[in-house]
Design a protein around this ligand. Structure first.
Ligand code: G
Ligand code: G
Ligand code: MN
Ligand code: NA
Length: 254
């Protein structure tokens, strides 16, 4: 398959990069985290977004070297920001199902942390409900191993996958990221606003923090902040930007 070959080449030829989307403290407006989002500058096709190639990478197994490249690059950058004095900044990295289930995930992460000198407390891994529910027992053991290292854990796209609250209770996670489909119509739909309010309340009762994704309007921000949603992410504040732009945003917005 052509895209597969091209992706193989992309990893070797440095056509990949990470952009970073700010996560905003809803009370203070300061940046408390950045989500790393993969970009592929294809020599002929131009900029490709992960929606187009992550699935192929999953199906072909290329997600393994790709995911390792993402983690190493994000940890290197996290270390650079830590050195610049941003000690409480969290860099969030998306982990796909196959990547989470790969053998040797923990040793690979250990090696990257060691090599980059990244403080694991500044690293957050984003996993979907589906990734975790595939085999909850194994997932719990892996999550515990990650937590022991000080890495923070978030459930991405929360509310859209299939998850069981009885398992959620046992996963040692830190944060729920409310999927942007619920945030979209927050101010117009009674159903969505009920769901978002309930997720926030449940998360707090379980001792979890909440991140709202896809915040685009000030009235969405106002409600979320009112309901105690600590962190917001979305085009209202910033799209994902280059490393250089993210560094500039940090310098002005802290
Ligand atoms: O940036 P964009 O909106 O195109 O991201 C689309 C999807 O791709 C998101 O669901 C995001 O979680 C996923 N994604 C972005 N970067 C990565 C990455 O480095 N690894 C994995 N596994 N998924 C990613
Ligand atoms: O699944 P994940 O949460 O990792 O997806 C991140 C994706 O969401 C990125 O592709 C990013 O471009 C996109 N995104 C970020 N903020 C917004 C927003 O405010 N509105 C919309 N529609 N998409 C957003
Ligand atoms: Mn994500
Ligand atoms: Na998401």
């Amino acid at each position: 398959m052509q895209l597969e070959q091209a992706l193989r080449r992309a990893i070797e030829h440095q056509e990949l990069s990470l952009d970073y989307q700010p996560q905003i403290d809803s009370a203070t407006g300061s940046i408390n985290g950045l989500e790393a989002l993969l970009r592929w500058q294809h020599p002929q096709l131009g900029l490709l977004l992960p929606g187009l190639f992550i699935t192929i990478a999953e199906e072909t197994g290329l997600i393994i070297p790709l995911g390792e490249w993402v983690l190493r690059t994000a940890c290197r950058q996290a270390r650079a920001w830590q050195r610049a004095g941003y000690h409480r900044l969290r860099i969030a990295v998306n982990i796909s199902p196959r990547q989470f289930q790969q053998r040797g995930l923990i040793p690979m992460i250990d090696a990257i942390l060691q090599e980059t000198g990244c403080d694991p407390r500044g690293l957050e891994l984003e996993l979907t409900e589906t990734t975790l529910m595939d085999s909850p027992k194994e997932a719990t053991a892996l999550l515990k191993a990650l937590k022991r290292r000080g890495i923070s854990l978030a459930i991405d796209d929360f509310g859209t996958g299939y998850s069981s609250l009885s398992h959620l209770k046992h996963f040692p996670i830190d944060r729920l990221k409310i999927d942007r489909s619920f945030v979209n119509d927050l101010t117009r739909s009674r159903e969505d606003s009920a769901i978002v309010e309930a997720i926030i309340a449940m998360a707090h009762r379980l001792g979890l923090e909440v991140v709202a994704e896809g915040v685009e309007h000030p009235d969405q921000h106002a409600i979320l902040s009112d309901w105690g949603c600590k962190t917001c992410q979305g085009f209202l504040y910033s799209k994902a930007v280059s490393t250089e732009e993210a560094t500039a945003l940090l310098a002005t917005a802290q």
